[in-house]
Design a protein around this ligand. Structure first.
Ligand SMILES: NC(=O)c1ccc[n+]([C@@H]2O[C@H](COP(=O)([O-])OP(=O)(O)OC[C@H]3O[C@@H](n4cnc5c(N)ncnc54)[C@H](O)[C@@H]3O)[C@@H](O)[C@H]2O)c1
Length: 446
């Protein structure tokens, strides 16, 4: 089958490469000419483990190519996926659908023969219907059901493990009211049928809702354990043991119970906000998600204060070394990363900040120009007054702690990801602070 993937970002490029690996012919389209030029030269514009090889193999086998011209690829496609961004609309928190609608118009102009138009972007309920309307209005010769159908097929991949998530997903969700479109989607996902992946077929609107319900639930789960962690600190309990103790209950599950500096990234912050706005528009407010959004925003801001307190109440003239800037490991994505709240707050409290991230530095330098960047973890912490772990990259999990202690001016580590063992850190002579694991909980109570 032939696929046109409109938008060649984190989702479009991974999905396009994976569909070509399934054996389909995929053309990835992007209006960003520099991105397409790099891809044509064999360069991958984002960091995603394994993506370079997957792309190279499929380009070599002539199943994957790249273009800035949408029309040619749409004309010959059985299915056109819209995988453009849906960021927060400036000013009001709704999802900005201008990229989706612009793509829908361009697709309409190019449709030639029955085409399934699939929204893979995360889009609010009603967007699929609107896309169908735009296509029908742009090309009055086209009839929905005969010349085209619109399907919702939200993506659940996670950056950092995106290829595996796409190739072996927990489930695939497909929303369509058309039997013909359903058959096309079944053929596209045939390799996943063969490995017995659950495929959930729903109405269009339900599928759109599933994506937001999933993301906001996960954001709420993280926020829940973050608040429990704060309480653990006060009462002398260990949040890791609490997470294990509750997570073993099958109704709760162990995943997404790791406390930290608050969720960030390209999805949770904007999707929680967008669902809150949709719910308000329909006079069915989601008070639980409104609260999650508030708590998470203030948590990210509070992290700088936590660092300042660990530094004795002031960071003025102190050098703070940060390890990790991206919102999570194994990606170069800096969107809504907690570091974007932490760094400016430290700077305005008078600190000098030096930072290192294995893959995110290029993007970070654009967003955080007023700080110094180290070449590696050890160089970054030289003569620093405190070391802060912001993102739990594997290479930060096994630092040579004696060397760390020697390099730091004072042996103070603030571990916002709980990757070190408090007992060990204390016994090595560190002043160690982490989240939800008070040192008191380690000591025998009298
Ligand atoms: N990033 C993730 O982990 C993830 C996971 C699941 C779902 N999503 C959703 O997928 C969508 C895409 O996210 P992303 O992170 O890949 O975004 P992204 O910003 O990385 O990529 C979007 C791309 O679309 C291109 N584009 C915009 N308008 C276009 C047009 N008319 N024609 C051609 N190209 C166009 C942009 O140039 C950009 O390269 C969003 O709705 C997001 O919420 C993202």
């Amino acid at each position: 089958m032939r696929i046109a993937m409109i938008g060649t970002g984190y989702v479009g490029l991974v999905s396009g490469a994976c569909f070509s690996e399934f054996g389909h012919h995929v053309t990835c389209v992007d209006k960003d000419a520099s991105k397409i030029a790099r891809l044509e030269k064999g360069e991958i514009p984002i960091y995603e483990p394994g993506l370079d090889k997957l792309v190279a193999d499929n380009v070599q086998d002539h199943r994957l190519d790249f273009t800035t011209t949408l029309a040619d690829s749409v004309k010959t496609a059985d299915a056109v996926f819209i995988a453009v961004g849906t960021p927060t609309r400036r000013g009001d928190g709704h999802a900005d659908l201008s990229y989706v609608y612009a793509a829908a118009k361009e697709i309409a102009d190019a449709i030639d023969g029955y085409t399934v138009v699939v929204t893979k972007s995360t889009v609010p309920v009603g967007t699929g219907r609107e896309v169908a309307k735009i296509i029908a209005e742009t090309r009055q010769d086209l009839k929905e059901g005969t010349d085209f159908d619109v399907v919702s097929n939200p993506e659940f991949l996670r950056e950092g493990s995106a290829i595996n998530d796409f190739m072996r997903p927990d489930r695939v969700v497909i929303g369509t009211n058309s039997e013909k479109a359903r058959q096309t989607m079944q053929r596209l996902y045939r390799p996943l049928y063969l490995i017995e992946t659950p495929i959930v077929f729903t109405q269009l609107e339900t599928s759109e809702m599933i994506k937001y319900a999933a993301n906001t639930f996960l954001a709420a789960k993280i926020t829940f354990i973050n608040e429990i962690a704060d309480l653990c600190e006060k009462v002398g309990a260990d949040v890791h043991d609490v997470a294990k103790g509750i997570g073993l209950d099958g109704r709760i599950g162990r995943k997404f119970l790791h406390p930290g500096p608050g969720y960030g990234g390209s999805c949770f912050p904007k999707d929680t906000l967008a669902l809150v706005k949709t719910a308000q528009d329909y006079h069915a407010p989601l008070r639980i998600i409104e609260t999650v959004v508030d708590i998470n925003d203030s948590r990210k801001k509070a992290m700088a204060q936590r660092i300042i307190e660990a530094c004795g109440g002031s960071v003025a003239e102190k050098t703070i070394a940060l390890l990790g800037l991206t919102f999570k490991p194994n990606t170069d994505d800096m969107r809504d990363s907690p570091s974007l709240d932490i760094v400016p707050a430290l700077l305005s409290a008078g600190a000098k900040v030096r930072a290192f991230d294995p893959e995110g530095m290029q993007e970070a330098q654009k967003l955080l120009p007023a700080i110094d960047y180290g070449k590696n973890a050890y160089e970054t912490m030289e003569e620093a007054d405190a070391l802060v772990i912001v993102t739990e990259w594997n290479e930060f999990r096994a630092l040579d702690l004696e060397r760390v202690k020697d390099l730091l001016k004072t042996p103070l580590m603030i571990d916002l990801r709980n990757i070190y063992n408090p007992e060990e850190m204390v016994s090595l002579g560190f002043d160690y602070s982490c989240i939800g694991r008070p040192l008191r909980a380690l000591m025998p109570q009298d």
